[in-house]
Every structure is written in C-alpha cells, then in structure tokens.
Design a protein around this ligand. Structure first.
Ligand SMILES: [Fe+2]
Length: 411
C-alpha cells in the first residue's frame, strides 16, 4: 500500500511538472511577442533593442532613467514582424528602464546599464554551448539552458553583460530552434543584459544569426569592444580564415598591438578552445597561428566553448578557460586529458563563470546551476601573479611564481 502511495505521488509530481512545462510552451506559442525584447550592441551612449512579433505591426520603445518615468520614445519606421531599433544619446554608465509596445501587447519594464570607460569594478558572465541536441523536434523547449540563465540572473544580478562562447542552437538554419533553444530559455536574462556572441560551428553561418545579433565592427564574424579598462576581442575560428596572413589574423594582431599595454585586461574569446581535455581535444591550428601572438603581446585570458565541460588550463602566463556547459549534454570525463598537460581543473556538468574585474585584480567564480561554487581563481596583476584560490581550506592547485616583463617578451 505504501509503495502504491509513493508511486502515485511520484506520477502526480511528474504530471505537475509536465503541465508546467506545457503551460510555459503554450504561453510562448500564443503570445504576440515571439521573441521578447532583448539587448544587443550595447555601447557607452547607445543600445539596440530587438524583438519579433507574431504578425506585422508598428512598435515603440519608451525609456527613461526611472521605471515610472519612461518619457523618451523610439518608434519603428514600418510594419514588420522583426524589429531592430537603435536608442542613441544615452549617458555612459547609467541605468535605463524600457518597455516595448507592439500591436496591443506591452512588454514588462526592464532595465540595463550602459557601458563605461574607466576603472570602477564590474562583473560579467561567461557561458557557452547552450544548444540542444540534434534529435529534439519542434515543440521542444530547452529547459537546461533556461536553468543556467535563471541561475545567472539569481546569482549575478548586477553583471553588466554576458559573453556566450557559441553553439547557441543545434542548427542555425532551422528557425524554430532559435526560439526553442536560445531566445525562449534566455528571454529573462537577455532583456536585462546584453549578450555578446562568439559564433560557433552549429550556427552554420546562417543569415538568421546575423539578423538576430548586432555587434560592433564591419564583419560581424569577429569584433572587439571595451568595457571599463578591459578589451574583449572575439574571433571566428570556424567560418573565417584565421591562418597566418589572413585578414582576420592581421586584424587580430593590430588589435593585440593596440590593446595589450593600453588596457589593464585583454581577453580573447573563440568557440574552439586552444587547450582542451574534453571531447574535441586541443585545437592545433589555433595553437599554431593565434597563440604565438597572444603570448607575444600578453593576452590575459582565452575563453572558449565547443567542448561541453568547464576546464581551466594555464600555459605560458595565459589562463585558458573552456566554458561549454550552457545546456548541451556535458561530458563528465576528460577523455583527452593526455593532450592537455596544462589542465588544472576539469568539470563536466552545467555551469557558468561569474567574473569580477576590480582594477588590476580579476576574480572568477565558476558555479553550477544551483549556484554552488565549483572553481575559484584570480589573477592579481598588482602582484604580477596568478593565484588559484582554495575552495576547501587548501590552495587548490598552484600559486605562480611572479612573472617578469622579460619572461613575457621571450615567448
Ligand atoms: Fe561547437
């Protein structure tokens, strides 16, 4: 009898969750906003706000510096289903509130903070590979990605922006996947924080990718932007030639030459991690062409995805992070550990990185979807060293010897 009661309770719980999931999906399937308003190309004095509606309509954005005073307005120019509106004339480092009216539907008021140039501390988030699997079909909703996004919002509500390491959807040319795998699960997060994408192989170089995302730069495959005293350089290592002498390679070197020594921090993002113990192993073409320049000029951190795990490696004064635990099935075992002797920690489950830049100190907390800490490390450039902070009373991995200027120049 007791077993029957427990079994009945279990089935009821499953039905309850199934009902909740269907209700969420139905709401998204019937409301006028197909994609809720989301931020793109956030800058010091401007941002773009994009959204998609179920039918053609005119639309307007009302905005202002307090939630109950949205006195300024931007109107869409024509009836459309996909809207891409620019808000200009903003103040740097200022919080703005906005809502969108499209047809008869009005979005909830959301806020964002413009970029700034300076030395004040700030936080940002890094994650990647949130895509679903190839076997899912239309009607699916990617709850794993939603869990990661909601954890980021709950545990890092003050983060200023999000870096996504790519593979946003399983196949970028299948339109329904963008809502099921990316925009639907992330709509709360992307309405509050600008997500700067790094293009992944699963994007398939789709026109939809370039319609949905706006980044600074002429070629949207690769670009760079500045936040505070940090330069972030994003590369495309799948669809655009990055071999020595290519246009992207030349641009990358000009960026490094101008940025390293000018900004306190220089980060490079690319979908393929140069060093990896995960499913794909090390990426030799990237190691051959892009890493020598990074070592020559002094990049601080490489961020990548592609492999569905977290990994932190350290080689020749550069920290390498793989963060590919945004929603795709994760690989619990480091199957290519033999390729990466520079690996210091591997974790094969959903996660994200919460990064704080504070002057010459960088602090990175890596968390699972419950918010539990799974790694913690810092680079202290005022002391000229990399320190891996303890999680359980002992230094986790290593405390680096101070690096000298001459040792950097030798690479
Ligand atoms: Fe990938």
């Amino acid at each position: 009898m007791r077993v029957k009661i427990i079994a009945l309770a279990f089935i009821c719980t499953l039905l309850l969750f199934a009902g909740k999931s269907n209700a969420q999906a139905n709401d998204r399937n019937t409301r006028f906003f197909v994609k809720l308003p989301y931020l793109q190309d956030l800058r010091t004095t401007s941002t773009k706000i994009l959204f998609q509606t179920r039918g053609e309509c005119a639309a307007k954005i009302e905005y202002g510096t307090s939630a109950d005073s949205l006195g300024k307005r931007v109107n869409s120019e024509a009836n459309a289903t996909f809207h891409n509106l620019l808000i200009e004339g903003l103040e740097a480092d200022t919080r703005y509130y906005y809502r969108v009216t499209a047809g008869d539907e009005v979005s909830e008021v959301r806020s964002f903070q413009t970029l700034y140039v300076g030395n004040d501390p700030f936080e940002f988030l890094v994650y990647g590979d949130n895509r679903a699997e190839s076997w899912v079909r239309e009607g699916y909703f990617h709850q794993s990605h939603q869990r990661v996004c909601m954890s980021m919002l709950a545990n890092a509500p003050d983060a200023r922006f999000v870096l996504n390491m790519g593979d946003l959807v399983n196949s970028g040319v299948e339109e329904w996947r963008w809502d099921a795998e990316f925009f639907g699960p992330g709509e709360e997060l992307f309405s509050r924080m600008c997500m700067f994408p790094t293009i992944g192989n699963h994007e398939r170089n789709s026109d939809l990718y370039f319609q949905y995302f706006e980044v600074p730069g002429e070629d949207e495959h690769y670009y760079a932007f500045t936040y505070g005293d940090t330069r972030i350089i994003t590369l495309d290592v799948h669809f655009t030639d990055f071999s020595v002498g290519s246009a992207q390679y030349e641009w990358y070197e000009r960026e490094l030459e101008a940025s390293c020594g000018t900004y306190s921090w220089v980060f490079v993002t690319m979908h393929y991690p140069p060093l990896s113990s995960g499913g794909h192993g090390n990426n030799q073409p990237v190691l051959d062409s892009l890493i020598p320049l990074a070592e020559k000029y002094g990049v601080d951190v490489f961020w990548g995805g592609h492999d569905h795990n977290y990994e932190r490696s350290y080689m020749n004064d550069i920290v390498y992070v793989t963060s590919g635990g945004g929603g795709a099935f994760c690989l619990p075992i480091a199957i290519n550990a033999n390729q990466n002797p520079w690996s210091e920690l591997y974790y094969g489950n959903l996660h994200y990185c919460q990064v704080k830049v504070d002057g010459l100190k960088l602090l990175c907390d890596v968390k699972d979807v419950s918010g539990k800490l799974i790694d913690k490390w810092t680079i202290d450039k005022s002391e000229d060293r990399t320190v891996i902070l303890p999680l359980s009373g002992e230094t986790l991995l290593r405390e680096e010897e101070p690096a000298t200027e001459s040792s950097r120049e030798d690479f």
